[in-house]
Design a protein around this ligand. Structure first.
Ligand code: SF4
Ligand code: SF4
Length: 383
């Protein structure tokens, strides 16, 4: 039976994830739970559902009707009684609420929503595009009126304990509000998706980047993919949080790599535990081990530091990281400026906001980046 990886995206034509033009394979699952994770789709292992409340259609209950497990609930009013599929019995439900927005009137109907609703109505009524334009516009208007006059937005809830991840609800959703995140794929499936881009790799000095999530959380299947890529002569780069069992890494993945991007976030292990969910001792030990190998002809390793305002970009932390890198003879580091786009993704996945921190909603300024760079004198700093 071929090994399967759970992958939440394969991105082609990337210029940001290593040398040249690259395809990036995003693995699901990570042993860390960084408060600022900019790919929250990669945090949990296995396929899951995402719900986009902007795209959800008022009055629709398609997902509720499609779910064979009674795991979906749709709430049209204020918090309280909800309907569960298959039972018809109103009742309170103890599962995860995917909506984090308090109930209230919805004032904006996006263009994307209008388009999807129009096409859905056309499909259902069997109308042609030209004939249906004015009629469907009327329906949209009614929907808009419904939404404007104070009708509560539907709130979709998924009982993760009941959910078997069959995806039938996502298939039934007319607007794409519910979607699957994560798909089981063999190395052959992934290669078939990637190989058409091979001419771009070859001409640009690019290749394939294993990212996530954390690829080493699926060590065997990531290793199998890396082995087949390497055998095909394709450059393989691993992006890692550094928390893995070195023995398994050496046996399964390391021999098939050309380059490792290794994240170092916080030097204080208590703070690392507070903000990333686990201490940093294994991570730092792994870094020292594979960096020493790189110095003696092993796979090249490039440390990267995510700059998170108030957490990793403090003078104390950056000075400590710079000292650690100098002590280990590191000549080059990448500083990754804070990316404020992740909270919306987290909401769609039903993840609560990180506790005890209000994430900044702005990008880092040039002055702030310059201040961060200043700690790394003697080391080449890239961004
Ligand atoms: S994935 Fe399947 S079991 Fe889970 S909520 Fe959707 S329809 Fe129900
Ligand atoms: S998530 Fe999709 S299927 Fe479910 S109520 Fe919203 S629009 Fe309808």
């Amino acid at each position: 039976m071929p090994l399967r990886s759970c992958v939440f995206a394969i991105k082609g034509n990337s210029l940001d994830d290593g040398p040249g033009i690259r395809s990036v394979v995003f693995f699901k699952g990570c042993p860390l739970s960084c408060a600022w994770c900019h790919n929250p789709e990669g945090m949990r292992p296995g396929p899951e559902l995402a719900w986009d409340e902007e795209a959800c259609v008022t009055g629709c209950t398609r997902c509720l009707e499609a779910c064979p497990e009674g795991a979906i609930l749709v709430q049209d009013g204020p918090p309280g009684p909800v309907r569960r599929a298959g039972t018809g019995v109103p009742g309170r439900w103890p599962g995860t609420m995917l909506s984090s927005r308090p109930p209230g009137p919805v004032l904006n109907v996006s263009a994307r929503f209008r388009e999807r609703l129009t096409s859905f109505r056309n499909r259902v009524t069997g109308r042609t595009k030209s004939r249906s334009r004015s009629a469907s516009a009327g329906i949209v208007q009614k929907e808009e009126q419904g939404r404007h006059v104070g009708k509560q937005a539907p709130r979709v809830l998924v009982d993760r304990a009941r959910c078997t991840r069959c995806g039938l609800c996502a298939d039934a959703c007319p607007s794409g509000a519910l979607s699957r995140v994560g798909q089981e794929m063999t190395a052959g499936d992934i290669l078939a998706a990637i190989l058409p881009d091979r001419p771009f790799f070859d001409r640009s000095g690019g290749g394939v980047t294993l990212s996530g999530g954390e690829p080493t959380s699926q060590m065997n299947s990531a290793g199998e993919l890396a082995r087949r890529l390497k055998r095909a002569g394709i450059h393989v780069l691993l992006e890692t949080c550094g928390l893995f069992r070195l023995e398994a890494f050496d046996r399964v993945l390391y021999p098939h790599l050309d380059l490792v991007y290794f994240d170092i976030k916080l030097m204080d292990t208590g703070k690392h535990e507070r903000w990333c969910g686990t201490g940093n001792k294994t991570i730092l030990r792994n870094f020292v081990e594979i960096y020493q190998r790189a110095c003696t002809g092993g796979v090249a390793v490039l440390p990267r530091v995510p700059l998170v305002p108030g957490i990793t970009d403090t003078e104390e932390n950056l000075s400590a990281i710079a000292t650690f890198l100098r002590d280990n003879g590191v000549a080059q580091v990448v500083l990754m400026p804070y990316n404020p786009l992740w909270p919306a993704k987290r909401r769609r996945l039903g993840m609560p906001p990180p506790a005890g921190w209000v994430p900044p909603s702005h990008w880092m300024t040039r002055d702030r980046m310059a201040a961060c760079r200043s700690h790394f004198h003697g080391i080449q700093v890239d961004e």
